[in-house]
Design a protein around this ligand. Structure first.
Ligand SMILES: Cc1ncc(COP(=O)(O)O)c(C=O)c1O
Length: 385
């Protein structure tokens, strides 16, 4: 049976060409750590790591390559930001569309005395900006938002919120898990102080590597969540004050970093053409699913096709979503993700809690034929075939 992978919002499959080879090459022909030894092999490897920081910094228009810190993924980056910054009594604003990578740390912080407030969203998962300025007026320490929901695919107006935060000296933290690599991200223009991202989604790299980019002002306010060896200032019992060491305790995931570097090279080679093609694929998927609404499903998220990513979640109105996802795989070989997608409040906002939804998500290697095939499968199931 044909297999069609439409779960790229979980992780890109396949990874970019060259990723596996770069990782294997590092393990098999280099293999040393960096920042610990002064020998040539380690210095060359350190140069390779710096080159990846430089590429990431350029991609997000970050402050400087040293402000790019490697983490195991977006979850760790978000925890570094939230636990590193927020103290009892601090006020933080967020949205119901967040992933548990934001919600769970915030709930821990609430239990320790932080005030966590949710901004309103429409039933299509759009952020309501009315009243935001009033909310920002009263002593807010940070706003943390996803750039795009992993459930509805709706993009948030990051630039507008960032401008409001910057004007008031409020730290703006962004979860770019669903957008980096597929949507433009510009920290300076969007007023972002802290950006967390995984390497394995839109960047087409391997799992287990991601990053955090912070402004100097935010870095100065962050308490390192993890402390340990950095290979620098070893005489001190405190974490070094400078980046990236301050937020990078322990041995780095070097095979992951080199794999991510290969993925970034591939993205740079493909340039805007790849992004433009993914946009067309995303719209095609959305239109195909919208056409099926009258046959018994509801497409979640905004109806503005330009305000969406490549995520299209649907709620089957006359069938169980779990069963439909199971049949999609068993009978048609279409791989989706069903359930609550680690975002329970998003499903509440969208009216699909607790039953969840079936999520289709395109990636760099999806074809228009894949989407037509999946839409045909959904159509056949809706018709009772
Ligand atoms: C919006 C969002 N934030 C955070 C994450 C967590 O990313 P990771 O598992 O790579 O840490 C995900 C992954 O599904 C996500 O979709």
């Amino acid at each position: 049976m044909r297999q069609v992978y439409l779960d790229n919002a979980a992780t890109a499959l396949p990874k970019a060409p060259g990723v596996g080879a770069a990782m294997a090459d590092y393990v098999e022909t280099v293999g040393c750590s960096i920042g610990r030894g002064g020998y040539r092999l380690a210095c060359d490897a350190a140069g390779g790591v710096l080159a990846v920081r430089e590429k990431l910094c350029a991609l997000v228009n970050g402050p400087a390559p040293r402000n790019v810190c490697f983490t195991p993924g977006a979850t760790y980056g978000l925890n570094f930001l939230l636990h590193g910054l927020l103290r009892p009594g601090d006020r933080v604003l967020t949205s119901p569309m967040e992933h548990n990578a934001v919600l769970r740390p915030l709930e821990q912080l609430r239990a320790r005395g932080a005030a966590v407030e949710y901004l309103p969203c429409t039933e299509r998962g759009e952020l309501v900006l009315d009243g935001l300025e009033e909310r920002l007026a009263g002593n807010v320490r940070a706003v943390v938002l996803t750039h795009a929901s992993n459930v509805s695919g709706t993009l948030f107006p990051i630039e507008r919120v960032g401008a409001l935060c910057r004007a008031r000296g409020i730290f703006f933290l962004v979860d770019a898990a669903q957008t980096l690599g597929t949507e433009p991200v510009d920290m300076a223009a969007m007023g972002i102080d802290g950006l967390a991202f995984p390497g394995h989604k839109g960047l087409l790299g391997p799992q287990g590597i991601g990053g955090l980019v912070v402004t100097d002002a935010l870095a100065a306010a962050l308490e390192p969540l993890v402390s340990g060896g950095t290979g620098s200032l070893s005489e001190s019992l405190s974490m070094p004050p400078f980046l990236p060491d301050r937020l990078e305790a322990g041995t780095l995931n070097l095979p992951g970093i080199f794999g991510l570097g290969a993925a970034l090279d591939y993205l740079a080679e493909q340039g805007e053409a790849l992004r433009a093609r993914e946009k067309k694929l995303s719209r095609h998927l959305w239109y195909r699913m919208k056409e099926l609404e009258e046959d018994g499903l509801r497409v979640l998220g905004t109806d503005d096709p330009h305000g969406r990513t490549g995520v299209v979640s649907v709620d089957f109105l006359r069938a169980d979503n779990g069963e439909m996802a199971f049949r999609l795989e068993q009978e048609y070989g279409v791989l989706t993700r069903v359930g609550l997608h680690c975002a329970p409040l998003a499903h509440r906002a969208l009216g699909t809690f607790p039953r969840g939804a079936v999520r289709f998500s395109v990636g760099a290697f999806t074809t228009f034929a894949d989407i037509d095939y999946a839409a045909g499968a959904v159509e056949a199931m809706l018709a009772g075939a």
